[in-house]
Design a protein around this ligand. Structure first.
Ligand code: ZN
Ligand code: ZN
Length: 148
């Protein structure tokens, strides 16, 4: 079942790559409902993983909550088509933001400019859910991740 707070069906799927390194070194959003953690390290405005293009819509969904936390609003996932025909999925806070991105990136198209995924209802989170994990939490999460 999809978590109503973080929108994931798999509670330990993230980090997708380099789990230990990410959990030990990057700030995480910790879902209060299912316990999933998602990298929310900013490293500058809009540099968080959630604002990069994803290869599938499903991957983008895993990071949608982080984009909503950072932007402070509901976000949508849009399908982008690159000149070579590849499709990528990118999160934007609004259609305006998508349009600005497309103006700057003329080789990228978005067919109907409506999100392929959008949140219906956003759960509020508390500031304590954004933090670095303790050593113990990292180990516990990694062992749970292995057994999922
Ligand atoms: Zn990370
Ligand atoms: Zn969750």
């Amino acid at each position: 079942m999809k978590c109503k707070e973080c929108y994931s069906e798999n509670q330990r799927i993230t980090p997708l790559n380099g789990a230990r390194k990410c959990l030990e070194n990057h700030r995480q959003y910790i879902c209060a409902t299912c316990g999933r953690t998602v990298c929310i390290d900013l490293g500058g405005e809009r540099k968080a993983r959630c604002f990069f293009p994803f290869s599938t819509k499903e991957m983008a969904v895993l990071y949608l909550k982080c984009a909503e936390i950072i932007t402070g609003s509901g976000c949508g996932i849009y399908e982008l088509i690159y000149t070579r025909g590849d499709r990528r999925y990118k999160i934007f806070a609004s259609e305006n933001e998508l349009c600005r991105f497309l103006e700057k990136n003329r080789d990228i198209r978005c067919e109907n400019r409506t999100p392929v995924y959008k949140t219906e209802e956003i759960t509020k989170i508390s500031p304590e859910q954004i933090r670095y994990l303790t050593k113990e939490e990292v180990e516990k999460y990694l062992s749970e991740k292995k057994h999922k």
